[in-house]
Design a protein around this ligand. Structure first.
Ligand code: APR
Length: 225
C-alpha cells in the first residue's frame, strides 16, 4: 500500500527534542518569532545563528526512537513517504529513505543570496561564513512568514496515498496542517498524539498516546488490512 506519514515535533519528543507549543510558545527558552523569522534574523543574526548552532549540536547527541524506527520498518511491506515538519534527521537515521522536509533541515545551510545554493553543515555556522558568491550563509530552515516550497509536492503525495498517518503535531501551522484535506475520501487516516487536536470520526481514528506506543498500534491495524 501507498502510505503517507505526516510528522511533527511530537515524533521526536521521546528522543529528547523539545516540541514548540508544549512550553507556552517558548522554544528552548526563546520567543519563537525572535529565533524563527526573517525579522528575527535581521534584528539579531548572532542570536539566531547561535540558537540553531545549539539545536544542531543537540541533534547530533540524540538518537531516533521507537516511533522513527517503526515507521522506517513500514517500508519493508509498503511504499512509504514521510512528510515531516521537523528539521531533524531522525527519520533518515532510523532508516526511512523517502523523507520530505517541509520546513527545511538543521544539518543544511543556504546562501542568503541564492536560496537554491544549499550546503551540508554539521558544525557551528557563524557570522562571516559566506557562500561562493560572498554572501552570508543562513540555516536552511523555513521560518515564519516564508514560503513552503515543498507544499505542492507534499499535497500530491497525500492525494495519492491509500492510508494517511499523522504523528505528533498540534496541527496549528499552515500550510502543513491543511495537508490532511488532500487525503482521498476512501483513505483511512490515523492520528497519534497524547494531546490530540482532532477527535476520532468516520474519517480519522485517533490514538491519544505517545508516538512510541501509538505508532505501533497504527502499524498493527495497517498490517491487518
Ligand atoms: N508523542 C507524540 N506526540 C507528542 C509527544 C509524544 N511523545 N509529546 C508531545 N507530542 C505532541 C503534542 O501533544 C503536540 O500536539 O506533539 C505536538 C507538538 O506540537 P508543536 O509543538 O506545535 O509542533 P509541530 O506541530 O511540529 O509544529 C509545527 O511549528 O514552529 C513551527 O516550524 C515549526 O515545524 C514546526 C511547526
Amino acid at each position: 500500500m501507498n502510505i503517507a506519514v505526516l510528522t511533527g515535533a511530537g515524533v521526536s519528543a521521546e528522543s529528547g527534542l523539545k516540541t514548540f507549543r508544549d512550553s507556552n510558545g517558548l522554544w528552548e527558552g526563546h520567543d519563537v518569532m525572535s529565533v524563527a523569522s526573517p525579522q528575527g534574523f535581521a534584528n539579531n543574526p548572532v542570536l539566531v545563528l547561535d540558537f540553531y548552532n545549539q539545536r544542531r549540536k543537540q541533534l547530533l547527541e540524540v538518537e531516533p526512537n521507537t516511533a522513527h524506527k517503526a515507521l522506517a520498518q513500514l517500508e519493508k511491506n509498503h511504499e512509504v513517504t514521510i512528510i515531516t515538519q521537523n528539521v531533524d534527521d531522525l527519520h533518515e537515521r532510523a532508516g526511512s529513505t523517502n523523507v520530505v522536509h517541509l520546513h527545511g533541515e538543521l544539518l543544511k545551510v543556504r546562501s542568503t543570496f541564492d536560496e537554491d545554493l544549499v550546503l551540508d553543515w554539521k558544525t557551528d555556522l557563524n557570522l562571516g561564513d559566506f557562500c561562493e558568491h560572498n554572501h552570508q550563509l543562513r540555516p536552511h530552515i523555513v521560518w515564519f512568514g516564508e514560503a513552503v516550497p515543498l507544499i505542492e509536492i507534499a499535497a500530491k503525495i497525500v492525494e495519492q496515498a491509500d492510508i494517511v498517518v499523522i504523528v505528533g503535531t498540534s496541527m496549528q501551522v499552515y500550510p502543513a496542517a491543511g495537508l490532511i484535506q488532500h487525503a482521498r475520501e476512501e483513505a483511512p487516516c490515523y492520528f497519534v498524539d497524547p494531546n490530540p487536536s482532532i477527535h476520532s470520526n468516520s474519517k480519522i481514528k485517533v490514538f491519544a498516546e505517545k508516538a512510541s506506543t501509538g505508532v505501533l498500534k497504527v502499524i498493527d491495524e495497517i498490517e491487518k488490512m
